[in-house]
Design a protein around this ligand. Structure first.
Ligand SMILES: [Zn+2]
Ligand SMILES: [Zn+2]
Length: 246
């Protein structure tokens, strides 16, 4: 029991530090220090609501505690030999390591698109997703502002991964880092990739701060996570360039 508590607190500590340093640092850098110089990259020029920072930090605490459960599960699954977690990269090689990382991102992308769409059903939205949408203008701090149920839904896919394919712990950590950075950047409200570059592949298919920022602004369309491929395939994609030109 003591080892579980110690491990859980260590994971939560690392995740908290990551959020404060990366999301907090990026927020201070873009929204405070460089604000005057990077106006042309700004997505939504409106101001966050009064007290948004405190609101988002409060929900980030809950999100981090739930992410910690996901991390603890992976640790114990590895220790107890559950699922297909392997320790020696040479067992499957680096080619498989990269494949497993790509597969996790792809599955996460599809899973998030459909669960996110489901969360926009009226009854579910008001109960579980409106917390995240309270931030009509997003900042890096919005990246972990979720209702506990929404975080649990988002964490579930990561808990399932080691049971459906062989995963090395470093590939799993890499996946969580990519997911975290994508979320921070997607909510940052500053898009470094401007037109015409953003109109070309791969940038046009990636879910930029412009694409996700529009989702927060309009509260419909652009449900994707890493890419907007599923939005394009299912007719829910809203082009930020065209939408803002109207
Ligand atoms: Zn949404
Ligand atoms: Zn969002």
């Amino acid at each position: 029991m003591l080892i579980a508590v110690t491990k859980y607190l260590t994971i939560v500590g690392i995740l908290s530090l990551r959020y404060l340093l990366v999301a907090g640092g990026y927020y201070l850098l873009t929204w405070k220090l460089l604000k005057k110089h990077i106006g042309r990259f700004l997505v939504n020029p409106r101001a966050p609501f009064q007290g948004q920072e405190v609101f988002e930090l409060k929900y980030a605490v809950i999100t981090t505690l739930i992410f910690g459960i996901g991390g603890l599960h992976f640790y114990f699954a590895k220790e107890l030999g559950l699922g297909f977690i392997y320790e020696n990269i040479g067992e499957y090689g680096w080619g498989y390591w990269w494949f497993s990382l790509f597969a996790m991102l792809l599955l996460n992308d599809i899973y998030f698109y459909w669960t996110h769409r489901a969360l926009h059903i009226k009854a579910l939205f008001s109960r579980y997703h409106s917390i995240h949408h309270k931030s009509r203008v997003t900042t890096p701090l919005t990246s972990q502002s979720f209702h506990a149920v929404e975080t649990a839904i988002n964490t579930l896919i990561a808990i399932i991964f080691p049971y459906i394919m062989p995963i090395h712990p470093t590939a799993y950590i890499a996946f969580t880092i990519v997911a975290f950075l994508n979320n921070v950047y997607g909510h940052s409200n500053y898009d470094w990739v401007q037109a015409p570059l953003r109109n070309y592949v791969p940038f046009s298919l990636l879910n930029s701060p412009s694409v996700h920022g529009l989702h927060h602004e309009k509260v419909h369309g652009n449900y994707g996570l890493y890419t907007n491929i599923w939005d394009r395939l299912h007719g829910t994609y809203v082009d930020p360039g065209k939408a803002r030109a109207l």
